[in-house]
Design a binder for this molecule. Sequence first.
Ligand code: ZN
Length: 169
Amino acid sequence: MALIPILTYPDPRLREKARPVEVVDAAIRALIDDMAQTMYAAKGIGLAATQVGVARRVVVMDLSPEHDQLQVLINPTITARDGVQVCEEGCLSVPEVFEEVERAERIAVNYLDRDGQAQQLDADGLLAVCVQHEIDHLDGKLFVDYLSRLKQDRLRKKAGKRQRDETRP
Ligand code: ZN
Protein backbone atom coordinates (compact mmCIF):
# COMPACT_ATOMS: atom_id res chain seq x y z
CA MET A 1 0.00 0.00 0.00
CA ALA A 2 1.13 3.52 -0.66
CA LEU A 3 0.06 7.06 0.01
CA ILE A 4 -1.02 9.02 -3.07
CA PRO A 5 -0.70 12.83 -3.22
CA ILE A 6 -4.10 14.56 -3.00
CA LEU A 7 -4.75 17.19 -5.67
CA THR A 8 -5.83 20.58 -4.40
CA TYR A 9 -8.10 23.28 -5.81
CA PRO A 10 -7.82 24.74 -8.44
CA ASP A 11 -5.93 21.79 -10.05
CA PRO A 12 -7.65 21.18 -13.43
CA ARG A 13 -7.52 17.39 -12.93
CA LEU A 14 -10.19 17.83 -10.23
CA ARG A 15 -12.53 18.84 -13.08
CA GLU A 16 -12.17 15.55 -14.98
CA LYS A 17 -15.24 13.33 -15.27
CA ALA A 18 -14.32 9.87 -14.04
CA ARG A 19 -15.03 6.77 -16.17
CA PRO A 20 -16.99 3.81 -14.79
CA VAL A 21 -15.06 0.75 -13.62
CA GLU A 22 -15.79 -2.18 -15.94
CA VAL A 23 -14.19 -4.99 -13.93
CA VAL A 24 -13.33 -4.85 -10.23
CA ASP A 25 -9.92 -6.49 -10.54
CA ALA A 26 -6.70 -6.56 -8.53
CA ALA A 27 -5.64 -3.16 -9.92
CA ILE A 28 -8.89 -1.54 -8.71
CA ARG A 29 -8.54 -3.22 -5.30
CA ALA A 30 -4.95 -1.92 -5.05
CA LEU A 31 -6.25 1.57 -5.88
CA ILE A 32 -8.90 1.19 -3.14
CA ASP A 33 -6.25 0.17 -0.58
CA ASP A 34 -4.03 3.14 -1.49
CA MET A 35 -6.98 5.54 -1.40
CA ALA A 36 -8.08 4.24 2.01
CA GLN A 37 -4.58 4.63 3.42
CA THR A 38 -4.35 8.14 1.93
CA MET A 39 -7.74 9.14 3.36
CA TYR A 40 -6.90 7.87 6.86
CA ALA A 41 -3.48 9.56 6.80
CA ALA A 42 -5.11 12.87 5.82
CA LYS A 43 -7.80 12.41 8.53
CA GLY A 44 -10.60 12.67 5.97
CA ILE A 45 -13.97 10.92 5.99
CA GLY A 46 -14.20 10.45 2.24
CA LEU A 47 -11.99 10.39 -0.84
CA ALA A 48 -12.82 10.07 -4.53
CA ALA A 49 -10.35 8.67 -7.09
CA THR A 50 -10.41 11.96 -9.04
CA GLN A 51 -8.83 13.62 -5.97
CA VAL A 52 -5.73 11.47 -6.41
CA GLY A 53 -5.57 11.98 -10.18
CA VAL A 54 -7.27 8.71 -11.18
CA ALA A 55 -10.35 9.35 -13.32
CA ARG A 56 -12.28 6.18 -12.36
CA ARG A 57 -15.56 6.02 -10.44
CA VAL A 58 -14.23 4.81 -7.08
CA VAL A 59 -15.00 6.30 -3.65
CA VAL A 60 -13.81 5.36 -0.16
CA MET A 61 -15.48 6.66 3.00
CA ASP A 62 -15.35 6.04 6.73
CA LEU A 63 -17.68 7.94 9.04
CA SER A 64 -17.18 5.69 12.06
CA PRO A 65 -15.76 7.19 15.28
CA GLU A 66 -12.98 4.56 15.44
CA HIS A 67 -12.13 4.88 11.72
CA ASP A 68 -12.44 1.13 11.32
CA GLN A 69 -15.49 0.82 9.02
CA LEU A 70 -14.30 1.47 5.51
CA GLN A 71 -17.03 1.85 2.90
CA VAL A 72 -16.13 1.35 -0.75
CA LEU A 73 -18.46 2.58 -3.50
CA ILE A 74 -17.63 1.68 -7.09
CA ASN A 75 -19.73 3.24 -9.89
CA PRO A 76 -22.14 4.82 -7.37
CA THR A 77 -25.40 6.21 -8.79
CA ILE A 78 -28.09 8.04 -6.90
CA THR A 79 -31.44 6.46 -7.75
CA ALA A 80 -33.67 8.51 -5.44
CA ARG A 81 -33.39 11.72 -3.45
CA ASP A 82 -35.71 13.33 -0.97
CA GLY A 83 -35.80 16.34 1.36
CA VAL A 84 -33.26 19.11 1.94
CA GLN A 85 -30.49 19.53 4.52
CA VAL A 86 -27.80 22.16 4.99
CA CYS A 87 -24.49 20.96 6.36
CA GLU A 88 -21.06 22.55 6.79
CA GLU A 89 -18.67 20.78 4.42
CA GLY A 90 -14.94 20.66 3.98
CA CYS A 91 -12.78 18.82 1.48
CA LEU A 92 -9.25 17.39 1.46
CA SER A 93 -8.82 19.06 -1.95
CA VAL A 94 -9.89 22.49 -0.66
CA PRO A 95 -7.84 22.87 2.54
CA GLU A 96 -9.01 25.17 5.33
CA VAL A 97 -12.35 26.00 3.74
CA PHE A 98 -15.61 25.06 5.49
CA GLU A 99 -18.89 26.28 4.07
CA GLU A 100 -22.56 25.37 4.29
CA VAL A 101 -23.97 23.48 1.31
CA GLU A 102 -27.56 22.43 0.59
CA ARG A 103 -28.01 18.74 -0.30
CA ALA A 104 -30.75 16.13 -0.44
CA GLU A 105 -31.58 14.83 3.05
CA ARG A 106 -32.10 11.21 2.02
CA ILE A 107 -30.76 9.31 -0.96
CA ALA A 108 -30.75 5.79 -2.34
CA VAL A 109 -27.56 4.67 -4.07
CA ASN A 110 -26.67 1.72 -6.28
CA TYR A 111 -23.01 0.71 -6.39
CA LEU A 112 -20.56 -2.18 -6.60
CA ASP A 113 -18.59 -3.24 -3.52
CA ARG A 114 -14.89 -4.20 -3.51
CA ASP A 115 -15.84 -7.72 -4.63
CA GLY A 116 -17.72 -6.33 -7.63
CA GLN A 117 -21.11 -7.27 -6.11
CA ALA A 118 -24.08 -4.96 -6.76
CA GLN A 119 -25.27 -3.28 -3.56
CA GLN A 120 -27.88 -0.75 -2.52
CA LEU A 121 -27.54 1.85 0.21
CA ASP A 122 -30.17 4.08 1.82
CA ALA A 123 -28.42 7.04 3.40
CA ASP A 124 -29.48 10.11 5.36
CA GLY A 125 -27.77 12.80 7.44
CA LEU A 126 -23.98 13.04 7.22
CA LEU A 127 -23.66 9.80 5.24
CA ALA A 128 -26.00 11.18 2.56
CA VAL A 129 -23.99 14.44 2.46
CA CYS A 130 -20.72 12.55 2.14
CA VAL A 131 -21.97 10.31 -0.69
CA GLN A 132 -23.32 13.31 -2.65
CA HIS A 133 -20.05 15.22 -2.11
CA GLU A 134 -17.95 12.28 -3.33
CA ILE A 135 -20.13 11.54 -6.37
CA ASP A 136 -19.79 15.23 -7.30
CA HIS A 137 -15.99 14.69 -7.34
CA LEU A 138 -16.45 11.85 -9.84
CA ASP A 139 -18.32 14.31 -12.06
CA GLY A 140 -15.58 16.95 -11.77
CA LYS A 141 -17.58 19.06 -9.32
CA LEU A 142 -16.39 20.60 -6.02
CA PHE A 143 -18.47 21.76 -3.05
CA VAL A 144 -17.23 25.31 -3.54
CA ASP A 145 -19.12 25.36 -6.87
CA TYR A 146 -22.31 25.75 -4.79
CA LEU A 147 -21.06 28.95 -3.12
CA SER A 148 -21.83 32.51 -4.21
CA ARG A 149 -19.68 33.96 -6.97
CA LEU A 150 -18.17 36.42 -4.47
CA LYS A 151 -17.06 33.61 -2.16
CA GLN A 152 -15.68 31.63 -5.11
CA ASP A 153 -13.63 34.65 -6.27
CA ARG A 154 -12.20 35.00 -2.79
CA LEU A 155 -11.29 31.28 -2.70
CA ARG A 156 -9.56 31.44 -6.08
CA LYS A 157 -7.44 34.37 -4.90
CA LYS A 158 -6.57 32.58 -1.66
CA ALA A 159 -5.66 29.38 -3.55
CA GLY A 160 -3.49 31.36 -6.00
CA LYS A 161 -1.67 33.00 -3.11
CA ARG A 162 -1.15 29.63 -1.39
CA GLN A 163 0.37 28.16 -4.56
CA ARG A 164 2.71 31.12 -5.00
CA ASP A 165 3.83 30.79 -1.38
CA GLU A 166 4.49 27.06 -1.89
CA THR A 167 6.56 27.54 -5.01
CA ARG A 168 8.64 30.32 -3.45
CA PRO A 169 12.23 29.12 -2.85
ZN1 ZN B 1 -14.07 16.53 -1.34
